[in-house]
Design a protein around this ligand. Structure first.
Ligand code: MG
Length: 383
């Protein structure tokens, strides 16, 4: 096969037909982009979407945004490393199920791009600031970023992503509990979107456990109160004997991921085998086909309740949260009262979406570090 033949093969729909399951979304079935574009000689539309997201500035800023922990050293996850872990786990599961990996990866890279600085404390505060103006959600803001605010092309705003990638994010936005209930025009999420939701949950349960133990907020013995963790610890000890604490933590977290990924694959393949889907739309019409068993879902809930009480409500997290909230409100008020302090992009949107929303969009795009810099320029280092 010479270069031209190889390029032609990569560009054809036959490659997807050869590699993907019948229920996977095909690039050539895409509803396309808002602003029509020529197809690329050797990248499919979802591969281009993934690349566009990776090259946009909002994506790069995820490296400076809090996932759960702020300023507690260099070990814990940022919003960017969380995103990469989600994409990695989602792609693994998508490959086993024969789904469109390019679409899975594009959706995963996009899923948290709208997070403001300081994690959920930031989101809650900005939502309060817009209480009388429609509220704020990171899932919705992801769409605003990639449809309006990112500026990378001379002829159109945003990234001009494919309809399926945007639709996946719209389901997240409309359904914060991530259900596969019908959305726009009675449509339900594609299996590729469902796999990203499952991967997100597996990822944060595992890495928040890892980070919390590493940061000394909880011990492995305390976590062993949770049956899901206790079972994994038992298996790890059977396989490896007594491990030093640090290696035990890492091995446990790896096992937690493996176990959950295996469970999702087993449960999903069993459900898929009950049908004879010939097209992505037939599979999505059935509703939620991807996910853990009800037994594992209950066990994950126990772990999440524990993390909520013992980690997300930990005094050191609450202190950071309170400081961030007070500072966010002060910068919001300052920018709202003097919008000229914002960059031109946001000043120019005030007529279109209102001053308050522009201010929130301006702040939501900031990294933790950039926010602190802007805050301290105005108010010094006091809260
Ligand atoms: Mg996430």
């Amino acid at each position: 096969m010479n270069v031209e033949q190889r390029t032609a093969w990569l560009a054809t729909a036959e490659r997807e037909d050869a590699c993907l399951a019948p229920y996977a979304m095909r690039s050539h079935d895409s509803l396309g982009r808002k602003h029509p574009e020529e197809s690329h000689p050797y990248r499919g539309c979802f591969q281009r979407d993934r690349d566009r997201i990776v090259h946009c500035s909002a994506y790069r800023r995820l490296s400076g945004k809090t996932q759960v922990f702020t300023g507690m050293g260099d070990y814990h996850r940022t919003r960017l490393t969380h995103t990469l872990e989600v994409a990695s786990i989602a792609r693994t599961m998508g490959r086993v199920l024969g789904l469109n990996e390019d679409l899975v990866e594009a959706m995963a890279m996009l899923h948290d791009i709208g997070h403001p600085p300081f994690g959920h404390a930031g989101e809650d505060t900005l939502d309060e600031c817009l209480a009388e103006h429609g509220g704020f959600s990171h899932n919705q803001f992801a769409l605003t970023l990639v449809e309006e605010l990112e500026s990378r092309y001379p002829d159109n705003p945003g990234l001009n992503l494919s309809a399926e990638v945007l639709e996946g994010q719209r389901f997240r936005s409309a359904k914060p509990e991530h259900s596969a209930a019908p959305g726009e025009q009675g449509r339900r999420p594609l299996l590729e979107a469902q796999i990203v939701e499952a991967a997100d949950s597996i990822t944060y349960d595992a890495h928040d456990t890892d980070d919390a133990v590493k940061l000394g907020m909880v011990t492995l013995d305390e976590l062993a109160e949770i049956p899901l963790v206790a079972r994994s610890l038992e298996i790890v000890r059977q396989r490896h004997g007594d491990l030093p604490p640090s290696m035990l933590r890492k091995t446990l977290v790896r096992h937690l991921i493996d176990e959950q990924v295996g469970c999702v694959l087993q449960a999903s393949l069993a459900k898929l085998a009950e049908h004879d889907f010939r097209h992505a739309d037939e599979a999505r019409a059935v509703g939620n086909l991807i996910g853990v068993s009800s037994e594992l879902a209950a066990q994950k809930k126990e772990l999440e309740d524990f993390l909520y009480q013992r980690v997300y409500r930990h005094p050191s997290i609450i202190d950071v949260r309170k400081l961030a909230q007070s500072r966010l409100k002060k910068l919001f008020t300052a920018y709202r009262d003097q919008p000229r302090m914002m960059p031109r992009t946001f000043r120019e949107r005030t007529e279109q979406v209102g001053v308050e929303r522009c201010v929130v969009e301006c702040i939501a795009g900031m990294t933790d570090r950039f926010f602190d810099m802007k805050y301290e320029e105005l108010f010094g280092s006091v809260a």
